[in-house]
Design a protein around this ligand. Structure first.
Ligand SMILES: [Zn+2]
Length: 119
């Protein structure tokens, strides 16, 4: 479809001035259009790689078995909070952290961790 539009434009790729026959034309030639297209493809690839990377991280945290957990062992709780096991025992002694005993094993609930650390 031919138009009678003659717009003086600057090519976004090479910076040359050219006469555009449509208002949406951005570049002077097929060569420039191809270059722009190639760059866009590359940007898409990079964007996709970043998206994949971002998706990988939460998945990894999920797989670490601590996120979303409601009950922790002493070791898990120390890892989750980021303190040593002895700190956990000290918090028990100080009465700052409540423990849950299931038979002979000691557990800590997420609720009690949140209360103790006011998360
Ligand atoms: Zn150009």
């Amino acid at each position: 479809m031919s138009s009678n539009i003659y717009l003086k434009k600057t090519c976004i790729e090479c910076g040359n001035q050219f006469i555009a026959r449509t208002t949406v034309t951005l570049c002077c030639s097929g060569r420039c259009r191809k270059r722009i297209w190639k760059r866009k493809q590359r940007e898409k690839k990079i964007k996709k790689a970043i998206e994949v990377e971002e998706k990988t991280i939460p998945q990894h945290i999920k797989n670490s078995d601590l996120k979303g957990r409601e009950i922790f062992s002493i070791l898990q709780a120390s890892k989750f909070i980021g303190v040593s096991k002895s700190t956990i025992y000290r918090l028990f002694d100080d009465g700052k952290l409540k423990k849950v005993k299931i038979r002979s094993r000691i557990f800590i609930t997420r609720n009690n961790i949140e209360k103790a650390f006011k998360i």
